[in-house]
Design a binder for this molecule. Structure first.
Ligand SMILES: Nc1ncnc2c1ncn2[C@@H]1O[C@H](COP(=O)(O)OP(=O)(O)OP(=O)(O)O)[C@@H](O)[C@H]1O
Ligand SMILES: [Mg+2]
Length: 251
């Protein structure tokens, strides 16, 4: 299963992904988290402190251009060893979780044809998964990145939305672009919900019920301020993380 997350800036994308990473891992899944935000901070949210050892793939421009040139145009769906070995090289392991940081991907105007993007796209589409594997892709805010290759091969896009007009506008724009680009399943996740009115607002504005509603938790704010991994406080968040994970597993 490959799940990507999107939404307006600061709505809680990285937080929700870190919660999912923890829950999937507790379900016995082999979890790979890919931080595709040009200003990555998934490592902190997961509590990984030796992140300096990990170089973002996008910074390896020389290596990426060489790979792009050597990529054969095979029509068969198979793991290209030239991409497959990157998995081990550019990944950090932490308490059973694996994290890969893509970094800032160069883009050209009017759609990117740069070699870096070609290799990254290939990497994401060629990640062959067994049922016990889950890839979680944390992305930058907004809609611009949806035209790039990073979202290729994703099975399910989660759009995090908070109960404000501007967040809903971005969420609906993302939904439209994602559905145009052929992502098979797209769902909303409500975050920073304070009351029933917030839920009703989102359901009406989005035209559908989000897959889960997360409240505004003081436990999350406190953990963030103490640089504490989100997994440490997950038990204080009620049943929302479980509801979301069950929903995703049922797809
Ligand atoms: N349900 C919640 N309750 C309380 N605080 C939250 C909740 N969700 C997120 N936060 C806090 O809100 C802030 C923004 O969250 P987060 O970094 O996950 O958002 P983001 O969408 O990934 O942001 P960016 O667009 O910058 O990548 C963080 O400080 C996080 O701890
Ligand atoms: Mg983020």
């Amino acid at each position: 299963m490959k799940i990507a997350i999107s939404g307006k800036g600061g709505v809680g994308k990285t937080t929700v992904m870190a919660l999912l990473a923890d829950k999937f891992q507790k379900q016995g899944k082999d979890v790979l988290v890919i931080d595709a935000d040009p200003s990555p901070h998934m490592a902190e949210t997961l509590g990984i402190d030796n992140i300096d050892e990990l170089k973002p793939i996008a910074e390896m421009t020389q290596m990426l251009s060489e790979r792009a040139e050597k990529t054969p145009g095979s029509p068969f769906y198979q793991i290209n060893p030239k991409v497959d070995d990157l998995m081990d090289k550019y990944m950090i392991k932490h308490k059973g979780l694996r994290l890969m940081v893509l970094g800032a991907i160069q883009t050209a105007e009017g759609g990117c044809a740069c070699p870096e993007n070609t290799v990254l796209k290939r990497l994401l589409t060629k990640l062959l998964l067994s049922p016990s594997q889950v890839v979680l892709l944390d992305m930058e805010a907004g809609v611009e990145h949806l035209g790039r290759g990073t979202i290729a091969g994703v099975d399910h896009l989660l759009i995090v939305v908070i109960p404000t007009n501007s967040s809903v506008r971005t969420a609906l724009k993302i939904q439209k672009l994602a559905s145009d680009s052929g992502i098979p399943k797209i769902s909303f996740v409500g975050n920073l919900i304070q009351d029933e009115e917030d839920k009703v607002f989102l359901i009406e504005a989005l035209g559908e019920k989000p897959a889960a509603f997360f409240s505004s938790y003081s436990a999350i704010r406190k953990a963030e301020r103490k640089n504490q991994p989100i997994a440490d406080i997950i038990d204080q968040l009620g049943d929302a993380p479980d509801l979301l994970i069950n929903y995703l597993m049922a797809q």
